[in-house]
Design a protein around this ligand. Structure first.
Ligand SMILES: O=C(O)CCC(=O)C(=O)O
Length: 270
């Protein structure tokens, strides 16, 4: 397994900042499998691997009913087997998931034994990409457990809603995972919002964006791993890449001790 000697609170994180071909799940599954193999065969083996949003179909929303993964079955089978084989946690991006007559934008997560460790369907659908016309919104905040720590799950547009990240932090999250398909020209918003979520909640923010183009829309990558003090530990460029960083969960408590924001809140006033 490789990482047995590390302190329990230290984790190596890898982000698969991949290109996604809209409407071609076969191409995307093959690409993802290739990147996963690269990630687990790197000199420093990851403890947790994160993928971008809607990586199976991209934003082929007009065909999403036929393209979405029914019950997430294909994704779950592949990811469960991979995480078990390699003893790695997966935050398996999000996929277009067919559930009954509806399609959701859903994250599945898996532990080192290949068991499902929590899931989340996007709560805030993004009108600029017409998500609300084709997708059903989730109605429950997303959480997973990671080596005994709580982590929150959010997807892309969700980061514009600070209340959701705060709710997850109040419920015990020390990390926040954010799969995304965030396009140009809003790089400034992406970096600022993610950094703010990390600083205000004194938590790790681990955000995996896609690269490449889809129609007229260009996605800039710039996946980010941000520590609870707001320092950027890793940031992607605009090309396909695997980004890595070591995180130390002990830093969350240390930063929360440095500035006691959670003790000083006055929720009765606002
Ligand atoms: O909020 C934004 O600017 C981008 C959001 C987005 O692309 C999404 O949620 O898919």
């Amino acid at each position: 397994m490789g990482n047995e000697n590390k302190a329990a609170h230290k984790l190596n994180v890898a982000l698969l900042q991949m290109n996604i071909t809209a409407g071609e799940p076969e191409t995307n599954f093959a690409r993802l499998q290739d990147l996963l193999e690269q990630a687990v065969n790197a000199p420093v083996k990851p403890d947790v691997i994160v993928f971008p949003e809607m990586w199976n179909t991209g934003y082929a929303l007009d065909r999403i009913q036929e393209l979405a993964d029914a019950g997430g079955a294909r994704t779950k089978e592949m990811m469960s087997a991979f995480s078990r084989k390699h003893g790695v946690h997966l935050v398996a991006g999000s996929i277009a998931e067919k559930r009954g007559a509806d399609v959701f934008n859903t994250i599945y997560t898996f532990d080192r034994q290949g068991e499902e460790a929590g899931q989340y369907s996007k709560i805030h659908l993004f009108r600029l990409m017409e998500e609300e016309k084709f997708l059903q919104a989730g109605d429950t905040p997303g959480k997973m457990s990671l080596e005994g720590a709580e982590a929150g799950l959010m997807i892309c547009y969700d980061i514009r809603f600070p209340e959701l990240a705060r709710r997850l932090a109040l419920d015990g999250a020390k990390l926040l995972f954010v799969p995304a398909e965030w396009p140009h020209p809003r790089l400034h918003h992406w970096r600022t919002l993610l950094t703010a979520r990390a600083i205000e909640n004194q938590m790790y923010v681990i955000a995996c964006n896609r690269v490449g183009t889809s129609g007229d829309t260009a996605f800039f990558g710039h996946s980010l791993i941000i520590d609870p003090w707001g320092e950027i530990l890793a940031e992607g460029g605009e090309e396909e890449a695997i980004l890595t960083a070591e995180i130390d969960l002990a830093l969350v408590d240390e930063v929360r001790g440095r500035i006691p924001v959670f003790q000083d809140r006055r929720p009765s006033l606002y």
